[in-house]
Ligand binder design. Sequence first.
Ligand SMILES: C[S@@+](CC[C@H](N)C(=O)[O-])C[C@H]1O[C@@H](n2cnc3c(N)ncnc32)[C@H](O)[C@@H]1O
Length: 376
Amino acid sequence: MTQHVHPLLPRENDSEKSRGRFVQALKSHIANRVTPGVPELYEHRARDGWEKEHGEPPRNRHEVRQSLGQMSYYRLWSSLRRTSQHLLWSTVADCIERQAKELRDAAKIENPVGSLQLNADLQLPWYQWDVDIHAMPGGYRGEYGDDDVFAGALYDRGVYLYAMGQMGALNDDYGHSIIDNYLSVEHPLFSPEHILDIGCTVGHATLPYAQAFPAAEVHGIDLGAPVLRYGHARAEALGARVHFSQQNCEETDFPDEKFDLIVSHIVLHELPPEALRRTFAECHRLLKPGGLMVHADFPGYEGVDHLSQSMIDWDTYNNHEPFWGPMRDMDLVEESAAAGFGSANVGSVVVPTGRILQSGKSQQSGQLWLLVGQKP
Ligand SMILES: C[S@@+](CC[C@H](N)C(=O)[O-])C[C@H]1O[C@@H](n2cnc3c(N)ncnc32)[C@H](O)[C@@H]1O
């Protein structure tokens, strides 16, 4: 599958295409040929070495990581992964810088069907300043001049390469998965009038809601101005009516009980614990009684063996994802119950990713973990 070309998507010349292909090939090589050696290394060398030194095998994922960290194969694997991530971003960034002006111009929209509201006075929370999440240069907030859309273009193309196309031609599979594989199945008569997508970035997952519920007022909020500018122009180019605004999901300016449906897609793991708690409380405030909250993210570590936890946790330490591990250590169901939903009204489910095709078969065999809550 190739990425859907829309007017905002940076155009690659031959050399950039070839660099992109190299990055994908390197990522595939690491995943298929190098990564499988890490569990073997642990089973056959690292665990025994640790046990000899400490008198017992590693007791948790942190000790597994430390035992592996002494092995040169593990360090090579880790370095390759980190290098491939840098290569990915720098390949896309070079391509965008070459056409920065054209992209800024393409993002200027006349007579939009949706809207864009930026807030230059918004105080960005510390966790946006302290780290460029997943090593994306400048993060979601990096701004390089007036009307800049660099971070939006970087995310749009970068995520497609990172996921190797597995999130769909428009990187929109998570939105479709919630609509087709959760809402339509569990709440078939649900017809929301006001929908909010929090941490929408460029609206990858937001647009499916505007398409599935054309009569609804759909809002997308994010902290980053450049991603929102890009998202607004992208939505207009793709014919979707979405209202984007620059807001912190911990405390928004929407009135109480405005929304029937609040969703997020791979945002929770980028928030520190205290911000997560405030976000759940804000969702509770914003939902109408009977309204639904659905957050797509990753399941916790409970029940996962220590080696797998340690492999998953690589991103926490090496890919600028400081809250990746801490989120998985939290009980998000309990946290959202405590934020006002009550334990009888929250839970987690796993749904298939990918759109249900007319044949009834899913396009992909992946799975998506959802935290779901209904305001009593
Ligand atoms: C991984 S991206 C989400 C991707 C997006 N939902 C999608 O489906 O493509 C995480 C987003 O959350 C945003 N974010 C992080 N903290 C936030 C906050 N406190 N309020 C609003 N947005 C936030 C980031 O700026 C970033 O754009």
